[in-house]
Design a protein around this ligand. Structure first.
Ligand code: FAD
Length: 317
């Protein structure tokens, strides 16, 4: 079932969902299930599974370093299928421009359709670690907008090199990313909003936001998005702070601001166990206000450990 249909069916009730990261290649999928299991009592209608970009590794061959491209966390679509099968819940694979040709994307979408996956999250992906800026993959999309168009075309039977008339067309519901504090490369929030509008005009059905720690940023963003004429659900993404280093890492990686009260509370912690508790309390406070404001879904970034998400969800759902 589509994410947008879940939202409609909920009839104004805020839903719970979360995002997981595939295990590192070679690790057991049971670790993933162990993190999902405690969250299933909150009845997520859908679970997102991220996709990581490929990266370079250097293999020592008798003193010479061999540079190879590899994907450290492969298996997004397979994991989506296995979660769907195991828990009878909808799954949303993240589909990236970076690292994929348009043909590879088409095959991946065909797989998703065969597997009964009804939703995909269309993203550009970040620059590779060695790159200063995002370099589009040869034969791939430059921006998420192009990917959204490709998925919408496929929904109409328009494949890359042929139109296929069939009564079994895919009908993917498409999510895209939105940035309450603007995307780090965007020259202004206004220009980023215009780009978001292009994605929605191309066929995106809903938006999931980057994490934010001050709800005012989300509420202002929703107002600005509506002023642009964007009328799709805007799902807030919530990440609880978990370690002291997040105070530096999160602003550096995502170019987001942290409220001074949160910084002070984390600074006052003696260890990361205490920081995790501060993150939970902040997450509860954020989630409660968002739920009371009637957001369609509270979507949590679980980052591989679910105890803090569970602690928040227990207070909210
Ligand atoms: P786009 O929408 O393409 O925008 C990228 C930048 O280009 C923006 O600054 C935009 O303003 C600008 N822009 C867009 N169109 C144009 C144009 N035509 N001309 C000029 N500028 C333009 N990353 C992963 O690697 N894997 C994941 O699983 C993943 N999941 C995510 C989930 C969510 C909810 C969010 C918010 C982000 C996620 N990301 C993920 C990170 C995402 O890939 C990065 O933030 C990436 O840098 C931008 O992706 P996008 O889809 O927003 O790009």
């Amino acid at each position: 079932m589509k994410v947008t249909d879940h939202i409609k069916e909920a009839n104004g009730k805020t839903l719970f969902s979360f995002e997981i990261i595939p295990p590192v290649k070679g690790r057991n999928i049971q670790e993933l299930y162990d993190n999902i299991n405690p969250l299933m009592e909150f009845k997520p209608p859908f679970i997102d599974v991220t996709t990581s970009r490929e990266e370079y590794v250097y293999i020592d061959r008798d003193g010479l370093l061999d540079k190879k491209l590899t994907r450290m966390r492969p298996g997004t679509v397979g994991i989506c299928a296995s979660i769907k099968h195991k828990y009878d819940v909808d799954t949303v694979p993240h589909v990236l421009c970076g690292g994929f040709t348009k043909e590879e994307t088409e095959y991946l979408l065909v797989d998703c359709h065969y597997l009964g996956i009804d939703n995909v999250m269309a993203l550009r992906g970040d620059a590779m670690r060695e790159e200063q800026y995002f370099e589009p993959t040869k034969g791939g999309h430059k921006y998420a907008n192009g990917l959204v168009k490709q998925i919408q075309n496929l929904n109409c039977g328009k494949y890359l090199h042929e139109v296929i008339e069939t009564d079994d067309c895919a009908d993917f519901c498409i999510g895209v990313a939105g940035y309450p504090e603007k995307h780090l490369e965007a020259p202004s929030l206004q220009s980023d909003l215009k780009r978001l509008k292009e994605k929605v005009d191309a066929g995106a059905d809903y938006v999931v936001t980057q994490m934010f720690f001050d709800n005012k940023k989300y509420f202002n963003f929703v107002d600005a998005v509506k002023d642009m004429g964007i009328n799709v659900p805007i799902i807030p993404g919530i990440k609880p702070i978990a370690v002291k280093r997040h105070l530096q890492l999160l602003p550096q990686i995502f170019r987001i601001d942290l409220p001074q009260d949160l910084i002070d509370a984390v600074d006052a912690c003696e260890d990361n166990k205490a920081v995790r508790q501060v993150g939970i309390e902040w997450g509860v406070q954020q989630s409660r206000e968002l739920r009371d404001a009637g957001v369609p879904v509270l979507h949590y970034y679980s980052m591989g450990k679910s105890d803090n998400i569970k602690a928040i969800a227990q207070e909210i759902f």
